[in-house]
Design a protein around this ligand. Sequence first.
Ligand SMILES: *[C@@H]1O[C@H](CO)[C@@H](O)[C@H](O)[C@H]1NC(C)=O
Ligand SMILES: *[C@@H]1O[C@H](CO)[C@@H](O)[C@H](O)[C@H]1NC(C)=O
Ligand SMILES: *[C@@H]1O[C@H](CO)[C@@H](O)[C@H](O)[C@H]1NC(C)=O
Length: 266
Amino acid sequence: MFLFVIFFVLVTHVGSIMPGELKPDNIFLLAGQSNMAGRGGVYNDTVTNLLKWDGLVPPQCTPTPNILTLSLNKTWEIAREPLHKEIDNLKTCGVGPGMPFTNQILAERPDFGVIGLVPCAIGGTKIEQWQKGTILYNQLMDRARAASQSGGRICALLWYQGESDCGEQDAMLYKGRLEKFFNDVREDLNSPYLPINLVVISSGEGEFLTSVRDAQLNINLSNFNSVDAVGSTFIADHLHLDTRSAVRIGQKLADSFLYIISPRSN
Ligand SMILES: *[C@@H]1O[C@H](CO)[C@@H](O)[C@H](O)[C@H]1NC(C)=O
Ligand SMILES: *[C@@H]1O[C@H](CO)[C@@H](O)[C@H](O)[C@H]1NC(C)=O
Ligand SMILES: *[C@@H]1O[C@H](CO)[C@@H](O)[C@H](O)[C@H]1NC(C)=O
């Protein structure tokens, strides 16, 4: 009976929301490359030879009326996996860290109310492609500004990228490019202390994974925190986090963010 009542309330609540009525209290920007977009559950279909998503949504990624996503056309919708489907639309998306991050925040801090996610990650992109003035940078700014127009507050940037910068040249330039990117984002959003949470990569395309990791581990910015993807498990390509690890990283990112905003309570 009790469960039924909860279910009923949930369904009628979602059902009664009119278009345009959805708006978040708190907003998170999600950017980077494929492991932020999410590839958990993606596999090679041997019949068609195409990549497919297995459609399995773990409980930590369950949609709720309190988790919204900014669609490609910049309207707020109830968020569901694959979160980056519309944005990283040239690739096959699966489960990523965004949904488990948000469910974990709401479990620990229900006072965050309605959370709006702004998916911006694109598979296969290098840090050079995110520098100020590029298409990806402009898209991130454009979507961030559109997101905050509905009144919510941008709480943090979540960043998971670097796998495509593991060649020698890019790896050597990575730290400078990344710090410049973070500083430009804060400046252009008029938010000099915007919390930034980074995932230190544990897989990459190239010989210089360790150099990129070192760069990420030595970022020296205020209101910055990182989580290490080391120990993650991968789908068959050995590059992309599987669903279980995407969930784990999402939850670690939640704790990492909560630590920035109130270090003593953690
Ligand atoms: C915007 O995109 C969402 C999600 O794809 C869709 O449900 C909605 O109808 C679109 N709205 C407009 C005005 O195009
Ligand atoms: C980090 O930055 C601060 C402020 O700019 C500086 O005082 C400090 O020496 C830096 N630390 C390292 C390890 O570079
Ligand atoms: C799909 O198959 C190709 C070719 O064998 C392989 O390179 C790739 O890593 C596979 N991807 C996944 C997600 O299994």
